[in-house]
Design a protein around this ligand. Structure first.
Ligand code: ACO
Length: 334
């Protein structure tokens, strides 16, 4: 509990994924790969893809509506909406579009970009507004449509990603259920994983040249990112657990960014957390970037696996490079 006596409770979750799926067999018709390779190296069997007519706004809005309903709020109760995404429909930001779709007229809305760490960074950002007493009801959405930016001829990346959205509602509460966190960045490794802008010269008037271009598809050094994740993720979780004054044995659920089953297994092993406590749904969704943690959280809550009061250790990691962990108790229990 902070000096103002204001704590945080996470009171609702929701998620949304597109209906269209692409399995490993279908992928093997596009690039030289196989179901055996993808399953053994990643654990992924299929992913959901947003079609050409779909939008980030639509899936983010649906996930948000479900989270708001679970929290027992109306959209007009929201003070703040944070949309963690790297793939907005509008580069100026899609949070305001979601605010309009929700008719959350009182809420201020902005985007937050931290790739696959976006949800964890967003959770910590949202909590600061609550802890300072500025806002009471905050909606945090993690949503991405990476299929828009995947090079579908690059077998080293196209097998990994899927689309989706997840959301949570955070509310001011008497007891504090955000128990600890730690966030990190290392821009010196930025080139390991990029979706970067590439410019072409355009002379708009004699002597004045501006750059006009577009974004190149996702490029990743998979081995480097794998090494980084397996080393840094356990460290950051241990730091957050220390801040929370909680031991790894007291964690009920380990909820990592769903990038690769081998990463999930290695991190759990390093922390001494048993397999039964590791939440994993990446077989069906692949890596959905900022959506992966709230999507898996929402599924586990709705399946009745996660119960009010359960301690959840989360960690996001990815482009930036960025990584971070939060430790929280689910629900509104005192
Ligand atoms: N199908 C078949 N063969 C393949 C495929 C494929 N889809 N992709 C690569 N290969 C081949 C390679 O060419 C290589 O062949 P070679 O030995 O003849 O050169 C061989 O398989 C082994 O390739 P590696 O890259 O060594 O495979 P690895 O075991 O490292 O697995 C993977 C690759 C799955 C990408 C892994 O490195 C990984 O998961 N990295 C982390 C990615 C990640 O977690 N990203 C998270 C952040 S995402 C974000 O922030 C947006």
């Amino acid at each position: 509990m902070n000096q103002l006596g204001i704590g945080i409770a996470i009171t609702g979750s929701g998620s949304a994924t597109p209906e269209v799926t692409l399995d490993n067999y279908q992928l093997s018709q596009i690039v030289e790969t196989s179901d055996e390779w993808i399953t053994a190296r990643t654990g992924i069997r299929e992913r959901h893809l947003v079609g050409a007519e779909g939008s980030l706004r639509a899936i983010a809005t649906t996930a948000a509506q479900r989270a708001i309903a679970m929290a027992g709020l109306a959209p007009t109760d929201l003070d703040l909406i944070i949309l963690a995404t790297s793939t907005p429909d509008d580069l100026f930001g899609s949070a305001s579009q979601v605010q309009a779709s929700l008719e959350a007229s009182k809420a201020v809305a902005f985007d937050l970009t931290a790739a696959c760490s976006g949800f964890v960074f967003g959770l910590v950002t949202a909590s600061q507004f609550i802890r300072t007493g500025v806002y009471q009801n905050v909606l945090l959405i993690g949503a991405d449509i990476l299929s828009r930016w995947v090079d579908w001829s690059d077998r080293t990346t196209c097998v990994l990603f899927g689309d989706g959205a997840g959301a949570v509602v955070l509310q001011a509460n008497e007891s504090d259920h955000l128990l600890g966190f730690e966030l990190r960045s290392n821009g010196t490794q930025n080139s390991c994983l990029q979706l970067d802008y590439t410019s072409q010269n355009k002379e708009i008037v004699k002597g004045v040249v501006v750059g006009q271009g577009t974004y190149r598809p996702i490029a990743m050094n998979g081995k480097e990112v794998y090494r980084f994740a397996v080393q840094k993720v356990p460290e950051v979780i241990e730091k957050a657990l220390f801040r929370a004054n909680i031991t790894a044995e007291e964690v009920d659920w380990l909820l990592l960014h769903q990038a690769n089953q081998r990463i999930l297994d290695a991190v759990a092993q390093r922390l001494g957390i048993s397999k039964e406590k590791v939440l994993s749904n990446l077989a069906h969704y692949g890596n959905t970037s900022a959506a992966s943690i709230p999507l898996a959280l929402d599924e586990a809550v709705r399946e009745g696996k996660i119960q009010p009061g359960d301690v959840i250790a989360t960690a996001g990691f990815g482009a930036g490079l960025t990584w971070g962990s939060t430790i929280f108790r689910w629900g509104r229990t005192s």
